[in-house]
Design a protein around this ligand. Structure first.
Ligand SMILES: [Zn+2]
Length: 282
């Protein structure tokens, strides 16, 4: 454990110092290219800090959304899509928003996948039952929406097991899919997914409905502009930016109908992950 923290710390330090050096020279290059009267130490150092921050954000963004190296076990897009896309909802089920989302999906005859938080599952067991009864797929999103890479091994395993059991108990269905909160996973989570017979699912297109200023029109526009065959599209039916619940998901609810119609108008078919798309692990 201590060695692990030490190694991680070391990698982090190497990365920070590397990015600082790169940023310093990038700033000097910039200084070289613009008229010299502007150049001062303050310019150099604030430029370095700014470049470093951008670099750190860029690498983090890349890691979260793409990962490093070949990771055949992590599914970000539908493997053999045809003209299919998948719609997914994270962080629920929510008493307030999930029923309305289910109504819209039923009205439009569309199947989705719900990555549920175990705590919410135990609070709203009837919604878990309804999700499964109405033909949607159940996924595990950990018990307490934890940050996976920070969690000690027993806690991580317990978070996944407990949620699998809660979903199984309330719906009669064992969740085939696992999605780490915020898309942050590590080797342990990949091994646990294999052990528990689950596919690790991320996403290829975020609706960015988590944004505090998200609007229904903005969500729909973003999704419909970007969506193409094979996309796994991310929405949220509960959750919040920092806490475990409490965000306003009304924009997501209001965007859903237009999103489904718009995807179909583009010739895309909306499919559940389990039946049509992902081969079962077990
Ligand atoms: Zn989440």
């Amino acid at each position: 454990m201590i060695i692990d923290i030490f190694v991680r710390g070391l990698i982090f330090m190497i990365f920070i110092s590397g990015s600082t050096v790169i940023s310093y020279y990038a700033t000097r290059l910039l200084a070289f290219l613009i008229p010299s009267t502007f150049i001062s130490d303050i310019f150099l150092w604030s430029g370095t800090v700014l470049f470093s921050a951008l670099l750190l954000m860029g690498v983090t963004y890349y890691y979260v959304y793409r990962g490093f190296g070949t990771q055949a076990d992590i599914i970000r897009r539908v493997p053999e899509p045809g003209n299919r896309v998948a719609i997914t909802f994270d962080d629920g089920p929510s008493e307030k928003y999930t029923p309305r989302i289910l109504d819209i999906l039923k009205e439009k005859n569309a199947k989705a996948t719900f990555f549920m938080v175990g705590m919410q599952v135990e609070k709203n067991p009837e919604l878990v039952r309804r999700i499964v009864e109405e033909g949607h797929d159940a996924g595990n999103h950990t018990y307490g929406h934890i940050t996976v890479p920070n969690s000690p091994p027993p806690r991580l395993a317990a978070q996944i097991m407990r949620t699998n059991l809660a979903i199984l108990q309330h719906s009669g269905v064992y969740p085939q899919f696992l999605r780490p909160p915020r898309g942050l996973y590590d080797m342990r989570m990949r091994r646990l997914a294999g052990l528990f017979g689950q596919n690790l699912i991320l996403w290829s297109l975020s609706s960015q409905d988590w944004h505090p200023r998200a609007t229904p029109a903005g969500i729909a526009r973003r999704v419909l502009e970007k969506a193409s065959a094979g996309d796994i599209i991310l929405f949220h039916d509960s959750g919040s930016l920092l806490g475990k619940e409490g965000a306003n998901r009304q924009p997501t609810v209001d965007a859903l109908g237009p999103v489904i119609d718009g995807l179909r108008a583009k010739g895309l078919e909306i499919a559940g992950l389990e039946e049509t798309i992902i081969p079962k692990v077990v």
